[in-house]
Design a protein around this ligand. Structure first.
Ligand SMILES: Cc1ncc(C[n+]2csc(CCOP(=O)(O)OP(=O)(O)O)c2C)c(N)n1
Ligand code: SF4
Length: 286
């Protein structure tokens, strides 16, 4: 096995970390071969390249196999409730802009129960990264179709398929105002690590959709490694044109698909009152 990568961040030449510094030591309970292992490796490599210490990074998630990821990293973490991760992350980043806030989760968590928060996080454009491990299925709850499931995917719960047009998260993100939009693949952790670094450095809300196979409930997704390819879509396109380009793509183009120039949302002003004042104001009884 090769040694973990180390790299110095140009802005912070004294910070040198290895991928081991970002690992919690807990063994992932994911099924052997789950794509989420590749995403975990990519996040660790990306954070090494970024050069920020683990205690300055917070991983926020909801519920699902993919949402277990913060527990496998040594950074701060918040494993919250289903579909609400972006609401937590938005508040955290506005209150503590000095922290690197990264939200992770699955397509069920982020596009179904969390769909409202996803759209409004794009619209708000707070300076943080959102990474979705999309396996087009609810893995943790044993294989129900998700918003990105193909209409004809046959399963016990939806015989013959759901028959619905899939949600297109990248086109929706661009149209709703996300400032950086990319697609990665769990089978290419180095390429994904580069996208993670670029997304974090780009001002505003960065969204990375990662094709991350569920080999247990969607074993046919092992074929994704033969379908993915580097994107040839223009990243110079404006928001409307970029949305149209992504809508016309087959969903297997990898790389940066959109870079916007919106100014990020302003951070919260520091509270005028002290913590003691606030505690007194909200004190019960008397
Ligand atoms: C409010 C609420 N509704 C439903 C559930 C059940 N539930 C847990 S995980 C999950 C879906 C997870 O799917 P996804 O986000 O795609 O993640 P994966 O497991 O595939 O990584 C659901 C429906 C829950 N925990 N809480
Ligand atoms: S059920 Fe699917 S998503 Fe969950 S750990 Fe297993 S392979 Fe990964």
């Amino acid at each position: 096995m090769s040694e973990p990568a180390t790299e110095t961040r140009s802005e912070q030449p004294h910070c040198v970390f290895s991928t081991k510094d970002f690992a919690s030591g807990a063994h992932p309970v994911w099924c052997p071969g789950c794509g989420d292992f590749g995403v975990l490796a990519a996040l660790e490599r990306g954070l090494v390249k970024l050069g920020r210490p683990p205690h300055e990074v917070v991983m926020v998630s909801g519920i699902g196999c993919s949402s277990r990821l913060p527990g496998y990293m040594s950074t701060y973490g918040f494993h919250g409730v289903h579909g609400r991760a972006l609401a937590v992350a938005t508040g955290l980043k506005l209150a503590r802009p000095d922290l690197e806030v990264i939200t992770v989760g699955g397509d069920g968590d982020g596009y179904s129960i969390g769909g409202n928060h996803f759209i409004h996080a794009c619209r708000r454009n707070v300076d943080m990264l959102y990474l979705v491990m999309d396996n087009r299925v609810y893995g943790m709850t044993k294989g129900q179709p998700s918003p990105t499931t193909e209409p004809d995917w046959d399963s016990d719960i939806a015989p013959g398929g759901v028959g619905l047009r899939p949600f297109n998260p990248l086109a929706i993100a661009i149209a709703a105002g996300a400032n950086f939009v990319a697609r990665g693949f769990s089978g290419d952790p180095n390429g994904l690590a580069d996208l993670i670094v670029e997304g974090i450095r780009w001002p505003g809300f960065a969204f990375i959709e990662v094709l991350s196979p569920c080999i247990t409930f969607r074993p046919e997704q092992t074929e994704w490694k033969r379908k993915v390819r580097a994107s040839t879509l223009s990243v110079e396109a404006d928001r409307a044109a970029a949305t149209a380009l992504v809508l016309g793509d087959d969903g297997f183009s990898l790389g940066v698909l959109y870079r916007g120039d919106r100014a990020p949302a302003a951070h919260a002003a520091p509270p005028a009152a002290s913590v003691a004042d606030i505690e007194q104001e909200f004190a019960l009884g008397g």
